[in-house]
Design a protein around this ligand. Sequence first.
Ligand SMILES: NC(=O)c1ccc[n+]([C@@H]2O[C@H](COP(=O)([O-])OP(=O)(O)OC[C@H]3O[C@@H](n4cnc5c(N)ncnc54)[C@H](O)[C@@H]3O)[C@@H](O)[C@H]2O)c1
Length: 312
Amino acid sequence: MTRKKILVTGGAGFVGSHLCERLLNEDHEVYCLDNFFTGQKQNIIHLLDKSYFELIRHDVIAPYLIEVDEIYNLACPASPIHYQYNPIKTMKTSVMGAINMLGLAKRVNAKILQASTSEVYGNPLIHPQPEKYWGNVNPIGERSCYDEGKRAAETLFSDYHKQNNVKIKIVRIFNTYGPRMHPNDGRVVSNFIVQALKNQDITVYGEGQQTRSFQYIDDLVVGLIKMMASPDSITGPVNIGNPNEFTILELAKKVIQLTQSKSKIVYEPLPSDDPMMRKPEISIAKKELNWSPSVCLDEGLEKTIAFFKSVL
Ligand SMILES: NC(=O)c1ccc[n+]([C@@H]2O[C@H](COP(=O)([O-])OP(=O)(O)OC[C@H]3O[C@@H](n4cnc5c(N)ncnc54)[C@H](O)[C@@H]3O)[C@@H](O)[C@H]2O)c1
């Protein structure tokens, strides 16, 4: 096998660090680029002494030049607490980051994959969500900097492909969880596990009847790599997620049971624009990438709980 040079933006984050690790294990040369806004050195510290790993502190808002074969563009805060902290910066990261990385891909003739999101479907009126659904997104709400930034990035990817023949891959990632999630980023799985392990109240928004589909990180990483390896004609968007659907209340109960916690469930008002349903339609990923998730929620939660026990 020829060793590829691969740039991973956002490589020190939750998803990026797992991806960097897998690509190194597959014997590639990995450049991890990150501005450490939500990423942590701790996530990649075990990779720093590997000969084919290089860490670059850089912000994707500014152009960056490097000779690579492939680019995974993951740089963007993903949890509402972090992306709402500085919404203008979030939009800049998505849009200017996409322009800079697409410009680089064009210049060095690299394949480029965009980590898009199920948030492009907004509060969906179709269930489950197929890729052909255009979404129901509020352009001026609290989540818009993220949702619309990711939608604009998809447009840029698509136009660089049509106008400049850049080899693009758009993946719409659904809720993903696993070790190395930031304990304080407010995402539901990490929130519940941390609260349960500390025997604190578990906060459920609304009545907890909103649904989510939870994908374990290892399944996502396999999906991203398969998408990158797919023929150039497959540009996406392709949904990558686990279609097993649970209510938030079911998740809370499961976490309490698996952690044997004494936590009680408490209810708080729903945040604005919180989607009521989320479930990926994954027939394209199955057919085109021969991919489907293999880790069930109980197994993934157990591994994630073990991680949080070790860091708390
Ligand atoms: N985890 C999920 O459930 C999920 C779902 C859908 C989409 N995604 C997408 O996957 C990608 C990774 O998400 P994650 O869960 O690992 O989040 P994360 O916050 O852990 O990782 C994002 C990384 O990007 C870096 N970053 C942010 N802004 C940057 C900038 N301007 N320049 C350089 N680096 C920057 C952060 O420091 C961090 O390391 C994101 O693009 C996110 O939108 C994730």
